[in-house]
Design a protein around this ligand. Structure first.
Ligand code: FES
Length: 120
């Protein structure tokens, strides 16, 4: 069963900015990212990102823009991201698991400290 990714609330006043600090948001107990294996679609003014928690303090952040025809990748099934438009699948590290996409999702740096995740 495919499910839509949950969207964690962005920390107030701290969405993506244009000054190079990246996107910052809190990960609280109610967040889909609160436990290892969780994933979320983070929608910020700087763009949409796919974020997964791969370890206690380790996160992976990718662009949510599908490399096939630029739909927003919004599904998550069996630990892979699923594009709703033509079914491309990507691993949580961004590599193509199933086409039609042929190029990986661009990865960003994700830093986690004091329950705040920063994507840059
Ligand atoms: S736009 Fe994502 S599979 Fe075509």
């Amino acid at each position: 069963m495919r499910r839509q990714l949950d969207e964690p609330r962005l920390r107030a006043g701290a969405s993506g900015d244009q000054r190079g600090r990246g996107v910052t948001f809190g990960v609280d107990a109610a967040s889909p990212l609160a436990s290892v294996g969780g994933a979320a679609l983070v929608q910020a003014s700087a763009g949409n990102f796919l974020v997964s928690r791969t370890g206690q303090d380790v996160f992976a952040a990718l662009t949510a823009v599908c490399t096939h025809e630029a739909c927003t990748v919004s599904g998550f099934q069996n630990s892979t991201y699923v594009c709703p438009c033509h079914g491309s699948r990507y691993s949580t590290s961004g590599s193509v698991v199933q086409g039609p996409a042929t190029a990986p999702l661009r990865a960003f740096t994700a830093r986690f400290s004091n329950n705040v995740l920063t994507i840059s």
